[in-house]
Design a binder for this molecule. Sequence first.
Ligand SMILES: C[S@@+](CC[C@H](N)C(=O)[O-])C[C@H]1O[C@@H](n2cnc3c(N)ncnc32)[C@H](O)[C@@H]1O
Length: 296
Amino acid sequence: MNRHIPVLRDEVVQGLDPRAGENLLDLTIGRGGHALEILKKTAPDGRLVGVDRDPDALAHAVELLPADRTELVHGNFGDLPGLKESIGSGTWDLVLADLGVSSPQLDVPERGFSFRNDGPLDMRMDPTREGTAAQLLEGLTEGQLVTLITELGEDRHARRIAAAIIRARAEQPIRTTGRLASVIRATVPNKGDSKVDAATRTFQALRIAVNGELEALQHLLDRVGSLLSPGGRLAVISYHSLEDRKVKATFRTLTQEGDHRLVTPRPVRPSMKEVSRNPRSRSARMRIICRLGVDR
Ligand SMILES: C[S@@+](CC[C@H](N)C(=O)[O-])C[C@H]1O[C@@H](n2cnc3c(N)ncnc32)[C@H](O)[C@@H]1O
């Protein structure tokens, strides 16, 4: 239950093509699965700085990663100036951002991310910060809810769901994942033949909003040039089209400006074998870019 299977693990290593001695900045270290594979290739002395906004992820990553080559930092890649106070202002040969949530975050009911388990409606990746999903839901007008579910959940039932949430909220504040899920399912019943739960998109929208995920990604993408060494490679794995669109647009601009080249002309997707082994990988798209400057 508390495991995370790294998505596109072999493709990340193949695409980033790590070499002995190269340094790695993993901006979403999670349980450290990707980083560990990359460290095997950058041995014996390639260093890793692993960042995560979730202190629990760092507490587990430290168990897996070689202490003599690793530094772990609690921080948010949506605040690079703040992060650079801890990680330094240098540049990196390899940068990885594996976006979204980890399996442990989804699977632990107390974290409040999942409609499959009942728990507090929390959804903060960084529980040291204020602002749970329940608090967000409490403060939004019906119109704001419609916008949130439409724009961040891309759910065509947004109006019905928002109206149902407002009605339920008037009876009693919605404080648990179970109650929110049942309010949504009572409005948009699950279809027998659909694998997607009616609550999926609203939960996605709330999670993205609670954690400012799109703002953090845009902040990072706007500063990619300041992170990579000449010849350095950045891989971004995204899990929904809102993220992938931003990555695609930024990579296109950077290559048009002439100082980067695309390593992956098309997004890399998981194989059918990977999806059947790890269904959570199914929406993953990876794009890699390389900063020009040395012969690679
Ligand atoms: C998909 S998991 C990464 C899994 C990791 N690659 C592994 O192999 O275990 C995403 C992780 O990124 C973290 N995260 C998401 N957004 C972040 C941000 N803006 N800054 C720092 N960490 C973030 C989450 O807390 C989560 O632990």
